[in-house]
Design a protein around this ligand. Structure first.
Ligand code: ATP
Length: 365
């Protein structure tokens, strides 16, 4: 079942609709959208989505922007001002993964972008896809991850050689804001339960404040059930009975880890989309990272970024195109002849993309 993403505070999309006389036939809407190809498998999967959107006759002018290593080499900045200006101007971006150097180098571009644009809510719908084999059926849960603080604040220092400290920042403001987002989302999309995930038995102050804030918000939503689970127990529950969970509300770090776990429930990182949402902008990106092990080999599965792109189309009011593309994707997956390697097939990224485009062309009038 498709639940359209339509955060009510995000309706200020830059949309260039052609002025026309009432008697003229309806012109398709045209949009200007920032495209961040990223690195690793990013350029391959973003190119796949661009081709599929063109095959669906969408009128999109892509404003391409570099990030990460590519941008650092070119402009000396991993998150260039031009990129931020582009997203602020266009309000919407589709983003491929950007590698974050491990234990050295520049700080995460992904985290930097979310902070710079105050994209406080990370939304990740996790569902079974037709034709994609997985350990579980009937999984239909939504991860709502706080995106701006927690251990992602990047506040680390060495106290003395051999001892370091990382600061976990939790604020009442950010916790309340993300809790309200989760409950509003649940209400809007007829979800029945929000489960807050925490470790407040150990981190009594930080996770305690997160829970206090979510409890307070939950009292305003008598129509939505609310419960809490400790993160370790929640992980066990997820790998035993994922179909029993609905909306999961998590601070940043647990949200990151539980997202990959949930991707594993429905077929892997190649099939789970995401959206980073704020009051003024929205950046759509897959849950997976840059997968350097398969980069530049035409092996990546573009499904996760394509599904993120469909969330984006819903967001900008292109629901018909989104539904047509989803049907084409599901048609190809269900038919099962053309699949990427991660889904047990042998097809390359471009062959899988071609198959979706062909399926779409059948439905485009
Ligand atoms: P990050 O730390 O940047 O979030 P990650 O730890 O989530 O990254 P990924 O880069 O997402 O790791 O990839 C993990 C593994 O999953 C990769 O090694 C790759 O084999 C596989 N993988 C990820 N995305 C895809 C994809 N789109 N298609 C096929 N395989 C993928």
């Amino acid at each position: 079942m498709t639940k359209n993403l339509e955060p009510k505070n995000l309706n200020t999309v830059n949309r260039r609709t052609q002025p026309r006389e009432p008697s003229e036939p309806c012109e398709p809407m045209s949009h200007v959208i920032t495209l961040i190809p990223g690195d690793g498998i990013g350029p391959e999967v973003t190119e796949a989505v661009v081709r599929i959107f063109a095959a669906a006759n969408l009128q999109i002018e892509w404003d391409r922007q570099d990030a990460g290593v590519v941008a650092f080499k070119r402009y000396g900045q991993s998150l260039p001002v031009a990129l931020l200006d582009s997203v602020k101007r266009n309000k919407v971006a589709l983003k491929g993964p950007v590698t974050t150097p491990i234990a050295e180098g520049f700080t995460s571009v992904n985290v930097g972008l979310r902070k710079a644009l105050d994209l406080y809510a990370n939304l990740r719908p996790v569902r079974n896809l037709p034709g994609v084999q997985s350990r579980f059926e009937n999984v239909d849960l939504v991860i709502v991850r706080e995106n701006t603080e927690d251990l992602y604040s990047g506040l680390e220092h060495e106290i003395v050689p051999g001892i370091v400290e990382s600061l976990k920042i939790i604020t009442e403001r950010a916790s309340t804001r993300i809790a309200r987002f989760a409950f509003e989302y649940a209400r809007r999309y007829q979800r029945t339960r929000v489960t807050a995930i925490h470790k407040a038995n150990i981190m009594k102050l930080s996770d305690g404040l997160f829970l206090d804030s979510t409890r307070r918000v939950s009292r305003e939503y008598a129509d939505i059930a609310y419960d809490e689970r400790i993160v370790d127990a929640a992980c066990m529950h997820l790998v035993m009975h994922p179909e029993r969970l609905d909306v999961l509300l998590l601070p940043n770090l647990y949200g990151d880890i539980v997202s990959d776990l949930c991707a594993g429930l429905v077929g892997g990182l190649g099939v789970v989309p995401g959206a980073n949402l704020g009051a003024d902008a929205a950046v759509f990106e897959a849950v997976h990272g840059s997968a350097p092990d398969i980069a530049d080999q035409n092996l990546a599965n573009p499904t996760a970024l394509l599904l993120s792109g469909l969330l984006m189309l819903d967001h900008i009011g292109e629901r018909d195109a989104s539904a047509r593309i989803r049907a084409a994707l599901e048609g190809v997956l269900t038919e099962g002849r053309v699949r990427t390697r991660d889904l047990g097939g042998r097809a390359h990224t471009t062959e899988f993309t071609d198959a979706i485009c062909r399926e779409l062309e059948k439905s485009v009038v």
